[in-house]
Design a protein around this ligand. Sequence first.
Ligand code: URA
Length: 435
Amino acid sequence: FDAIEVIRAKRDRQQLSDGQIDWVVEAYTRGVVADEQMSALAMAILLNGMDRPEIARWTNAMIASGERMDFSQLRGPDGGVKPTADKHSTGGVGDKITLPLAPLVAVYGVAVPQLSGRGLGHTGGTLDKLEAIPGWQANLSNEAMMDQLSSLGAVICAAGSGLAPADKKLYALRDVTGTVEAIPLIASSIMSKKIAEGTGTLVLDVKCGSGAFMKTESDALELARTMVDLGRDAGVNTSALLTDMDTPLGLTAGNAIEVAESVEVLAGGGPADVVELTVELARRMLAGAGITGVDPAEALADGRAMDVWRRMIAAQGGDPDAPMATARESHVVTAGESGVLTRLDAMAVGLAAWRLGAGRARKEDPVQDAAGVRLHAKPGDTVQAGQPLLTLLTDTPEQFDRALSALEGGYSIAPAGSAEAGTFVRRPLIIDRID
Ligand code: URA
């Protein structure tokens, strides 16, 4: 095979053969196909698409580039085989759901091997959030991960470099070549990692809206259906929710502040949307693992999920009681008029949090633990002129101007008494389901 021939085929809207796909993914991973060739191919795929058999083959080639994990013999403290369930979100702003969800599901005897990533761009990363907890370590050996899964049932850690290395390389390339937002590439990227991880059940949270890769419901649904099919074909019990990402999830976007909000949820409180999504995803993960007739909200209310959280954090070197970092500087954005907040744009808030230091511009950059944005109102809330809408937090106040410019035009208030204020209805958090 020849890279130029494969690029030309996709450029000319042809279907790639199994042999072409296997070869190009493998040769790229080995460095035989150059970055510039793979970026041309990724752009041709973004523009011309791939059909389902091509996507399935591409996904399998990425899985074959690395190792596969096996949890099928995982045993609990009583010696019984433990089912496994995992959740994957396609990425959003304020999406801290993994933090309360993993310990919550583990309460019911299901093992949750949550291999997570770091943020890039305006979306946050679970590992960056957890690293705001003093002492907490993201990197575990496979043995340590297995031990923690059998003793506690929940682990959130970095994916080892052996899992789908083709995706690691390709994702970094797509990130700098404007080729992230391609359904075949997103679906194969996510599902190659999840299938290689070897979870028994997988629940996908496909985000839809301004702060998500998929802006429209029809694109999000197509991505969800593609991933569900890939999972089921590989023997993973897969289902999906389509959820709103026009506005941030919860009342925080950042690192330490998102951990604090997750701890509120684990203590039986926290914002209603974070609780709703955590409980719904938990119910689905449990049902996939064969556990029905339980109400996961109870384990948030009675402290059982908090108990697993504290042990999970401590097992990875973290101190669950340590005070979290607080930002050196803050700036409050107030409502210019009274009325109903009809829009608080997830992308604007995500960009502001990123510029304040919660995210990184390059892979190797550090993030600020305390940076981020605190929301004081959500779409649908009534606000008074002069009341705080957002608090911007950072250790580097020279970034306030850039964060404020990201927020320009990022929210709308319908004046009190106007028709719009009277009739505004927020899109439901859970837009659709694939069972
Ligand atoms: N998350 C991934 O892991 N891969 C993508 O391509 C997009 C989001």
